[in-house]
Design a protein around this ligand. Structure first.
Ligand SMILES: *[C@@H]1O[C@H](CO)[C@@H](O)[C@H](O)[C@H]1NC(C)=O
Ligand SMILES: *[C@@H]1O[C@H](CO)[C@@H](O)[C@H](O)[C@H]1NC(C)=O
Length: 188
């Protein structure tokens, strides 16, 4: 009897874990890292974190250049305008067993996040989803829209809004970022 119960509990757990692995952290099927490299503009963001909601209307677009990092992960170097100055920040994403899914150890927050390239066609757009995996920021959720150009089509913005909702983020948590007047253009 006990053994049968254990089996049943085991099957239920497998079922639950199986669902979690596919959703909402799934990645673009057959993710091709080489095609994902190069420059992107972060044109849309969404998060229900209170600090984000407070300052989302003061943010502007940043340029992020993706290169491979030595360990099979990604090095995201972002340039953005802050307090009228151009700043650069590097984020290193560690690989997981699943292509397109990464982990990020935040030195600032002291926490671990998962970052997934959930959907991309490589040429135009990518939709990323990040969430806290442990520690005080376990509740953290953020969706990002990356575009190869600074001027995404209206249709892409609508698709991103639908993506955010599918990840449990409501319309009021979404922001489409304005172009800054410096820092992200090729010649700078
Ligand atoms: C954000 O949404 C997630 C998922 O719906 C939830 O677990 C979390 O508590 C929310 N966080 C905040 C700060 O509202
Ligand atoms: C990340 O990439 C940038 C250039 O794209 C490079 O300058 C920097 O050294 C890299 N950092 C690491 C830790 O790989």
């Amino acid at each position: 009897m006990a053994a049968r119960n254990m089996l049943w509990v085991g099957l239920v757990l497998l079922g639950v874990l199986g669902t979690q692995a596919n959703d909402p952290n799934s990645a673009q099927p057959h993710f091709l890292i080489d095609k994902f490299l190069g420059p992107w503009y972060s044109v849309g963001l969404a998060s229900n974190a209170s600090w984000f909601l407070e300052k989302k209307n003061t943010l502007s677009m940043c340029k992020t250049t993706v290169v491979p990092s030595g360990d099979g992960g990604l090095n995201l170097t972002s340039t953005f305008l802050r307090k009228n100055q151009c700043e650069t920040r590097v984020v290193l994403l560690q690989p997981t067993a699943h292509p397109g899914q990464y982990t990020y150890h935040s030195p600032h927050w002291g926490s671990v996040h998962s970052v997934s390239v959930v959907e991309t066609n490589y040429e135009e757009y990518a939709m990323l989803f990040s969430k806290g995996l442990d520690g005080p920021h376990q509740d953290f959720r953020m969706a990002s829209l990356y575009s190869r150009t600074q001027t995404p089509k209206a249709e892409l913005k609508e698709d991103f809004a639908a993506f955010c909702k599918s990840q449990g983020l409501t319309e009021d948590t979404i922001v489409f970022l304005p172009q800054p007047d410096k820092c992200i253009n090729e010649q700078e």
